[in-house]
Design a binder for this molecule. Structure first.
Ligand code: ATP
Ligand code: MG
Length: 458
């Protein structure tokens, strides 16, 4: 919309132009989700609603945009997400907000994730007054300006959950993980692999004196300095900014170097060690299979102790479908009371991709009955029949204009209908309708009640 006309007021007539109307396309990194694929999306989301409800979670629907500052604080100003991937705007309502004596919000961003919003909502609505912990889940679009590729989009979807308040009992960590695994199991997701780790603690809530992660990061940084010239530029930079992220490296030549680096497991304080052991025990009690992965880290400071990641089949290098972890310091960091927290986010796009790759996708959005009608009398009967069948829950296609039976049946075939209900003058006057089974071409005569009974039996 670079044309000047776009800036004109609504009342003004656009200037006539010789140019051909422009063909619009979805913006890079965004896409249309279309039928029949959307049927799979709905099935996945429905399953999430059902499974999460059985674990006592309620749904929260936070706004799509929030103050930029919220994400800067929660996710961290130094992270890729905040420093270069957010869609940020100056708030066009600025003036009005100050007139309404609401706090000024100069910059707003499309949400790159939802944990920050859920924590904000927990504080804003005084949820610490509710029975603890508060268990919430969400689903919806997130926005990050990343390089688009398979399984990586600029508008993508997450299904996530957070447990806020109460204790940091290891059973909570284990149950959160059990819930995700139950959800994946219900969907028959293939090649599911759960990795877990403990990354210790970095902030006072546990024990300010013995901040085991800080000690580990220092040991790691020192070890990295020793091998600096063997590392790629990205990793070299991270020695200063965020040494934990070096462990994420997928570069072939860095792998043997990383294998020899100090491991967090050897640096955990006694409390963190005990917590981690108890989480594993709780997972065993729940029959959840896991693999310990000492290189699994989260770069953000407020993440602590339990971290986990789940991968699935058919996704190539973008194979993480779920990431999660404990973040006891976050609510406090956002101005709330000291609050325990743990949560996860599932990448719904990747989940769907994996299900499609393993043939779990519905093929077509079929119709049960296609009503082929001819003549004015039949038309009235057809409208009534459509209403009755739809009320009974059948998927019905009623062509809006009359067409020859041959053409109608061809159409019914193309739409993947199971039956064609044929209504002509004969059928209407005799009250005996013709039902054609499209798979084998057989026909039968049925009255309206008989038709309903026949379809219901299937
Ligand atoms: P990755 O390492 O794949 O970039 P991440 O660490 O950025 O993931 P999180 O912020 O933990 O991911 O988000 C949780 C999940 O959301 C990821 O495991 C992934 O499935 C999904 N996800 C993250 N970014 C995208 C994206 N740009 N497009 C599609 N899915 C995404
Ligand atoms: Mg990422």
């Amino acid at each position: 919309m670079s044309e000047g006309s776009a800036k004109k007021g609504f009342g003004e007539k656009p200037q006539p132009t010789e140019e051909k109307p422009r063909k619009f396309q979805a913006i890079r990194g965004t896409r249309d989700l279309l039928p029949p694929e959307t049927a799979l999306w709905n099935r996945v989301e429905q399953t999430a609603h059902e499974v999460f409800a059985t674990f006592g979670y309620g749904e929260i629907r936070p706004p799509i945009f929030e103050p930029t500052e919220l994400f800067a604080r929660a996710v961290g100003g130094e992270t890729d997400i905040v420093s270069k991937e957010m869609y940020t705007f100056s708030n066009p309502m600025e003036g009005m907000l100050s007139e309404m004596a609401l706090p000024e919000v100069e910059k707003i961003s499309l949400r790159p994730e939802a944990t920050a919003s859920v924590c904000r909502a927990y504080i804003e609505h005084g949820m610490q007054q509710l029975p603890q912990p508060v268990k919430l889940y969400y689903m919806g679009p997130m926005f990050r300006r990343e390089r688009p590729q398979k399984g990586r989009y600029r508008q993508f979807y997450q299904i996530g959950a957070e447990v806020l308040g109460g204790t940091d009992a290891p059973a909570i960590d284990a149950e959160v993980i059990e819930m995700v695994m139950t959800f994946f199991d219900k969907l028959e997701l293939q090649g599911v692999q759960l990795d877990i780790n403990s990354i210790g603690h970095s902030a006072p809530p546990v024990d300010g004196k013995n901040v085991c992660r800080r000690a580990y990061v220092e040991a790691l940084r020192a070890a990295l300095e020793n091998v600096k010239d063997k590392l790629a530029a990205d990793s070299q930079r991270r020695i200063e900014t965020n040494p934990l992220r070096v462990l994420d490296s997928k570069l072939e030549h860095e792998q043997p170097i990383i294998e020899k680096l100090p491991r967090i497991g050897d640096h955990l304080c006694d409390e963190c060690k005990a917590h981690y052991a108890a989480v594993k025990h709780e997972l065993d009690l729940r029959g959840v299979k896991y693999r310990e992965n000492w290189r699994l880290v989260r770069g953000l400071d407020y993440y602590m102790r339990t971290t986990f990641e789940i991968t699935a089949k058919g996704l190539g290098s973008q194979n993480a479908v779920c990431g999660g972890g404990r973040y006891d310091g976050l609510v406090e960091l956002l101005g709330g009371p000291p609050t325990k927290g743990i949560g996860f986010a599932i990448g719904e796009d990747r989940l769907i991709l994996s299900l499609q790759e393993s043939g779990k996708a519905p093929a077509q959005q079929g119709r049960d009955v296609y009503i082929a009608w001819m003549g004015e009398n039949a038309r009235a009967t057809a409208i009534r029949a459509a209403k009755t069948l739809r009320n009974a829950g059948f998927r019905v296609e009623l062509p809006p204009v009359e067409q020859k039976f041959g053409k109608a049946l061809g159409q019914a075939d193309k739409l993947g209908a199971k039956y064609a209900l044929i209504l002509g003058d004969n059928e209407v006057s005799s009250g005996e309708w013709t039902l054609k089974t499209l798979a084998d071409g057989t026909q039968q005569k049925l009255t309206e009640p008989q038709l309903l009974e026949f379809l219901r039996k299937l």
